[in-house]
Design a protein around this ligand. Structure first.
Ligand code: ADP
Ligand code: ASP
Ligand code: MG
Length: 407
């Protein structure tokens, strides 16, 4: 029998009506003769609320205990959805991550899935149960609960689809597909019928939260087709796959990431080995550095600026403080009021002029660029966070004039 994996995020399960709606979608699929595995995340803002509760008691809780706490959100969802389905007289069984066979590494808070044994899921499917699995969680080699990082339920769903060889992995959410920009922010955003793994991976990594980037990475690796679609049903959604039937579009999406901090070190010695020692130190502490900018030396000094994820900034500052002697730096400035705005599209590799078009749109809107970084299929700029929404809209509309924004 055909197997479908369906994932529902917090926005789809926020209250009893939402849970009932999900129960209907899932049971309709089941009644159409398919085997269904459902992956759910925590209801509404539950995960954020749990984080706040923890911080009330302990500003720096251990990652292990944080995972014990956060995994509770998904446990609530699986039980409630199962109860809703029970009222429809359809056999159902809820499973926590470890029961479903999710083995992860022991990086609490952002664990990576190693394997999904899937035996128990298979057993329940064979009994013709609808199987509901708690997303976002697994078990590490110390038999501890781990979580996969924010938005991790998407990855749980793709992992199950890959390990059970599902026909498709459907990600239901509160928008009806993947758009050329966040449809809640940019009115002219266009819904895409298809998008490649590579483009979606860039978009997700650069801030489009509609899919978690690790889920796209995994889908590409195991060739799982993802469909992003509306929890209200109706029209088909956007398919994410290896080769997309690309419409004539240079840019597939524009996105922003506000979870960024820029750290500048002013007046470091202008001599060989400084960048190596600085970034070596950061790498040894597993800090992910993104855009790097180094000024031309003047006198015997130069400035180095780089961006990191906002959550990492305090630890980086602490680290740099400890290393100040070795850096012989004068001043360290951390700016968290910044955002990264990016355009993504496989087509731009062969089209000169993409960068100038983007910079032109920003200039026309009087938006100052602080840093720039490019790769084959994306261009990112760092700007003042207060300009971020205006910048996304301006850049989006420069690449997608309104008349081409309708299917
Ligand atoms: P869920 O709770 O279902 O996991 P998320 O809030 O994580 O949902 O993701 C859906 C949201 O992603 C949408 O409400 C939308 O505002 C946002 N989003 C950002 N960029 C895009 C995009 N390019 N296309 C569609 N949605 C996007
Ligand atoms: N509940 C988790 C979060 O809020 C996982 C998810 O939603 O996918 O990040
Ligand atoms: Mg999500």
């Amino acid at each position: 029998m055909e197997l479908i994996v369906q994932k529902f995020g917090g926005s789809s399960l926020a209250d009893a009506a939402g849970v009932m709606n999900v129960a209907r979608v899932v049971t309709d699929t089941y009644k159409s003769g398919k085997d269904v595995v459902v992956v759910v995340s925590a209801q509404g803002d539950t995960t954020d609320d749990l984080i706040s509760k923890a911080k009330e008691l302990n500003p720096k809780p251990s990652r292990r205990e944080m995972d014990v706490l956060l995994s509770a959100g998904e446990q609530i969802s699986i039980a409630l959805l199962a109860m809703a389905i029970e009222t429809m007289d359809i056999p159902v069984c809820s499973l926590l991550g470890w029961q479903a066979g999710f083995q992860t590494n022991s990086t609490y808070g952002s664990a990576r899935i190693k394997t999904v044994s899937g035996e128990r899921i298979r057993m329940e499917i064979d009994k013709r149960n609808i199987v509901i699995v708690a997303g976002f969680q697994g078990l590490c080699k110390y038999d501890d609960i781990t979580t996969l990082g924010r938005g991790g339920s998407d990855t749980s769903a793709v992992a199950i689809a890959a390990s059970l060889g599902a026909e498709r992995c459907q990600i239901y959410t509160d928008v009806d597909g993947i758009y050329t920009a966040d449809p809640r922010k940019v009115k002219t955003a266009k819904r895409l019928n298809e998008i490649t793994y590579d483009e979606m991976l860039e978009l997700a990594t650069l801030g489009a939260q509609v899919l978690n980037n690790r889920s796209v990475e995994m889908a590409k690796k195991y060739n799982v087709e993802i469909e992003v679609l509306s929890n209200l049903g109706g029209i088909p959604g956007t398919i994410v796959k290896e080769v997309a039937n690309v419409e004539k579009m240079l840019v597939r999406g524009v996105t922003k990431d506000t979870n960024v901090a820029r750290i500048s070190i002013i007046g470091v010695p202008d001599e060989p080995g400084v960048a190596f020692r600085l970034f070596g130190k950061l790498a040894s502490k597993n800090v992910n550095v993104d855009i790097i900018l180094q000024s031309v030396g003047r006198g015997n000094t130069k400035d180095i600026a780089f961006t990191v994820c906002k959550d990492d900034a305090p630890a980086v500052l602490e680290l740099l403080d400890d290393s100040l002697e070795f850096l012989k730096g004068n001043e360290i400035v951390c700016d968290t009021a910044v955002a990264k705005v990016s355009v993504v599209g496989a087509g731009m590799e062969t089209h000169p002029g993409t960068a100038s078009k983007m910079f032109g749109a920003l200039f026309e809107n009087d938006i100052n660029i602080q840093m720039i970084s490019t790769s084959e299929i994306k261009i990112s700029v760092l700007i003042d966070v207060h300009d971020a929404d205006r910048a996304v809209e301006a850049v989006h509309n420069a690449f997608m004039p309104e008349d081409s924004c309708r299917d």
